[in-house]
Write a protein that binds this ligand. Sequence first.
Ligand SMILES: Nc1ncnc2c1ncn2[C@@H]1O[C@H](COP(=O)(O)OP(=O)(O)OP(=O)(O)O)[C@@H](O)[C@H]1O
Length: 233
Amino acid sequence: MRTRLCLADVGKSFKMHLQGGAEFPVIANVGFSVSAGECVVLGGPSGAGKSSILKMIYGNYACEMGRILVTTSDEKIVNIADAEPRRMLALRRDTIGYVSQFLKVIPRVAAVDVVAEPLIAQGGAPDKAREKAMTLLERLNVPERLWQLPPATFSGGEQQRVNIARGFIAHYPVLLLDEPTASLDAANRAVVVELVEEKKAEGVAMLAILHDQDVREKIADRIIDVSGFKAAA
Ligand SMILES: Nc1ncnc2c1ncn2[C@@H]1O[C@H](COP(=O)(O)OP(=O)(O)OP(=O)(O)O)[C@@H](O)[C@H]1O
């Protein structure tokens, strides 16, 4: 299968401004790739650097060392490590999706529109996007009475399911999953497993952080222990 995401010699350190600007290395020599249709899970203990890797791929953290190569939706290879902000925004719209456990609530926007938005941003017809949004909200057991309301007052679990629907509605060749099942009940965890399987069948390359052992066993094709990517002391 075709490689869609490739990290080579990636490293990250944080400058501790409260400690005289000392550099604190977190990870070094990170190297792995993710192919179309597979789900790779990042493992390793708390603080090993799993979230930092995801944040570098999504451009939330700068990547000062190494290369992060992604194959775009129009089959071009881009190095995220030196991508300009405008390029990064385009990558986030069309190439790299990110599903976290927390919804960024947009005031006054109805749940169905929050979910439909990424598909419309990719050029999808608004009516079709809203229809697909409703199908996903239904699959994720979000009560229909909530669909036309802004999610600000929803419970934590309801907001999380709106966020999952939003993360899965559009097609991205690369999808990053950051604890997508944290605090979901068993029925909804099973829906997320199904959604991941569907993305695999569509050839999406997924990179996930998943502490839930049961979900991990069901969806992980490979587990990469991040504690192996250690900076020299
Ligand atoms: N913005 C930041 N500034 C300073 N240090 C940071 C920053 N982000 C992460 N770190 C540090 O980098 C290390 C790795 O953090 P990271 O969140 O990537 O770990 P993790 O493996 O995802 O942990 P967990 O499983 O607990 O979420 C930690 O020691 C953390 O304190």
